[in-house]
Design a protein around this ligand. Structure first.
Ligand SMILES: [Zn+2]
Length: 276
């Protein structure tokens, strides 16, 4: 069943666990992610990025159709809506949460654009996630891994001003593949979690390490974005198959199998199993 981010994250915040937000880009991995959540009796968030799915209306409608048939609650999240147009297409496509990323802009402009999006989305019954501080990319991690953290005082003000539903915070993770070892600033996470009234989101979950992610899920993060770790698991599942026989092989089910198993693993790791 299709739900908004608020409907899931309020419980996660109260009970101290995190929900995996899995990047999907085709029908097979959408089905695999939903199956993982159903097997684990877990809520789920499907992340769709405009970069991987330029036709948001088409792919959004496929996701919606599959989510509506699921027996666990699932959010259809537009991940990193970087332009006004992308966010509008996401709304039209029926996404139940919009992540509006204006984290590279100066604070005042970030507030202004997020506030406008919140006003529109809330009118339509859609929830909104924004980002404050900036989660960079892994390739630059060694170079700028310690800059652009989320500030507690700014975050308090940002939430009051924008009325956003969830906040992506920069506490030491990065998108993509890390160059260097990820260092998570748990003290900052504790300060943010204690000071802020809304659920917090971790971007760049892949490559961050199981112990770090498990602690984040217990200590204040309620949504963890995962992309590359799932793709790697899917490809490894394919590589591990014995292809020496004279058979017909189905590529996508093999990839989806690895994808699904890894999501089930993260559901357990984040304390999200049996939360439905
Ligand atoms: Zn992200």
């Amino acid at each position: 069943m299709l739900v908004t981010l608020n409907e899931l994250l309020q419980d996660a915040k109260k009970e101290n666990y995190a929900i995996p937000a899995t990047n999907v880009d085709n029908e097979h991995n959408v089905r695999a992610a939903i199956q993982a959540a159903e097997n684990k009796h877990s809520p789920l968030i499907l992340n769709v990025t405009p970069v991987a799915n330029p036709d948001l209306v088409l792919f959004g409608s496929i996701c919606r159709r599959l989510i509506e048939k699921a027996n666990v609650p699932i959010v259809l999240n537009l991940d990193h809506g970087k332009t006004f147009e992308q966010c509008m297409l996401g709304i039209r496509a029926g996404f139940t949460n919009v992540m509006i990323d204006r984290s590279w802009l100066p604070y005042e402009e970030n507030v202004k654009e997020v506030k406008e999006m919140v006003k529109m989305c809330h009118t339509l019954g859609i929830t909104v996630e924004a980002e404050l501080g900036h989660v960079g990319i892994g390739e630059n991690y060694q170079h700028d891994g310690n800059t652009a953290f989320t500030r507690v005082d700014e975050a308090i003000e940002f939430i009051k001003e924008t009325k956003v539903d969830a906040l992506a915070v920069a506490i030491g993770t990065a998108h993509g593949v890390y160059q260097g070892t990820p260092h998570i600033h748990f003290d900052l996470l504790h300060d943010l979690s204690n000071a802020l009234p809304i659920p917090l989101v971790l971007h760049g979950g892949s490559g961050t390490g199981d112990e770090n992610l498990k602690r984040c899920a217990r200590e204040g993060i309620n949504k963890i974005n995962l992309s590359n770790d799932l793709k790697r698991a899917a490809i490894n599942n394919l590589i591990a198959k014995d292809l020496s026989g004279n058979e017909v092989y189905n590529l996508y089910p093999l990839l989806a199998e690895g994808f699904q198993k890894k999501i089930e693993y993260f559901i357990d790791l984040f304390g999200c199993a049996n939360r439905v």
